[in-house]
Design a protein around this ligand. Structure first.
Ligand code: SF4
Length: 414
């Protein structure tokens, strides 16, 4: 079931971030897209969405305005769009969100989003020195000052939080101090896009998923300790999801756990596709011929890649099926599993990082439980080494379904 739609309302951006999966990794097909989504496309989408909700008895829908940069489109577009959604689906509850780079986000925009009940999220990559290296304008100038201004202003309007791509060159304490100094309550961190044939900046190919190479886990564990020791801690969604998963109170998301991925992307021309992070794999991988002007929303289930993505945490490599932390890791985010020779039939590039991080948090939770309760509940600690040994021993009792393997391998290039 699709419950969240990401609307690519602008297919161009005023920034040129070096790691951007939209424009600087793998896929240039955005150049064939209209620059902006039309109101006609919104009207058609709303009508098809109404049919989809009625067919599936759905009342709650999330609409995420995204890009490119969604502030490049006019304010009237947002006024008209929200009106259309509310008039076409009067009985539905909508969670409207906009994810912006923050450039040009002023009082007028915030007032509009407050009036339309659109929650605002801003992307920022830590202190100025680091942010300005990656999140740059097309002339190479850093965007930190503008983004900081937008965040500070947002405090008057209940800013939803900031989203940061993890940069392990930033000392975790510096990142955390920056977030605290901005006085925002919410931080969400994302593992960088990338796969086995296009690793994130600084990740060493020959060391990936080897026993002593866990740069992301080491960084995340340090951040976790800082965060946990802060009595007045900000909310970090990545950690919250992991903790909730471990204690059985969450089913996960696109990256963690074994949830079904219920997100679809609507392109500026009305194409309905799989989550766009997957574009980092190779040119055109997400493209199909399903368009909202000629198809219904349910037709996207006929898209082979959409099906793989939706069931990505069930369709995992044989190694993952036999891994003792599969329930929490879920095999990782689909895009991070890709390699030219095996398609998606791999554990994530962050496999060893996930083992180290998850076992650390799991053991930390156990440490917080009184010893007699631990005994009563038969809780025992798990070590990183034990799980890595298990994986290296290749004792794979659970076999991958041949049809699943075929579907995962279908995308290999070699
Ligand atoms: S930790 Fe590695 S082997 Fe285990 S589920 Fe995650 S990606 Fe798969």
């Amino acid at each position: 079931m699709i419950t969240s739609f990401v609307l690519k309302v602008a297919s161009r951006c005023n920034l040129n971030c070096s790691y951007c999966y939209m424009y600087n990794l793998g896929d240039k097909t955005y150049l064939k897209q209209p620059k902006f989504m039309s109101i006609d496309t919104i009207k058609t989408f709303a009508t098809k969405l109404n049919e989809y909700c009625l067919e599936n008895n759905l009342n709650n829908i999330q609409i995420v305005f995204h890009g490119g940069e969604p502030l490049l489109i006019s304010k009237d577009f947002y006024r008209d769009s929200i009106k259309i959604f509310k008039e076409t689906l009067p009985n539905n509850y909508f969670d409207f969100v906009i994810q912006t780079n923050g450039v040009g986000l002023d009082d007028d925009w915030y007032q509009l989003f407050n009036e339309l009940n659109i929650r605002v999220g801003i992307s920022m990559d830590g202190p100025q020195e680091y942010h300005d290296k990656y999140r740059v304008f097309h002339n190479g100038k850093g965007s930190y000052e503008e983004v900081k201004k937008a965040i500070t202003l947002g405090l008057n309007y209940g800013l939803n939080g900031i989203l940061s791509v993890i940069n392990i060159k930033i000392p975790p304490q510096e990142l955390y101090d920056e977030v605290k100094s901005l006085k925002i309550n919410g931080l969400n961190i994302l593992l960088p896009d990338g796969h086995f044939d296009q690793l994130p900046d600084g990740m060493e190919k020959e060391l990936v998923n080897t026993r002593n190479y866990t740069p992301y886990a080491d960084w995340l564990i340090e951040l976790f300790k800082i965060w946990k020791n802060d009595k007045d801690r900000v909310s970090i969604r990545f950690f919250k999801t992991l903790i909730d998963l471990i204690v059985g109170e969450d089913e996960g998301d696109q990256i963690l756990g074994k949830n079904i991925n219920g997100v679809a992307v609507l392109e500026t021309n009305g194409n309905l596709e799989v989550a766009d992070f997957i574009r980092a794999c190779y040119e055109g991988i997400t493209r199909n011929d399903i368009n909202i002007h000629t198809h219904s929303i349910g037709d996207v289930f006929n898209d082979r890649l959409f099906n793989v993505y939706m069931n990505a945490h069930a369709m995992v490599s044989q190694k993952c099926l036999n891994c003792s932390i599969y329930d929490f890791c879920g095999g990782g985010f689909l895009g991070n599993r890709y390699s030219n020779d095996r398609g998606f039939d791999n554990p994530t590039i962050y496999c060893h990082d996930m083992i180290k991080l998850i076992t650390y948090i799991q053991n930390d939770i156990i440490d917080g439980i009184p010893e007699d309760t631990q005994k009563e509940m038969e809780l025992s600690k798990v070590s990183y080494e034990d799980i890595v040994n298990e994986l290296e021993d290749n004792n794979e009792d659970i076999m991958i379904d041949t049809e699943v393997k075929e579907k995962l391998m279908y995308y290999r290039l070699a």
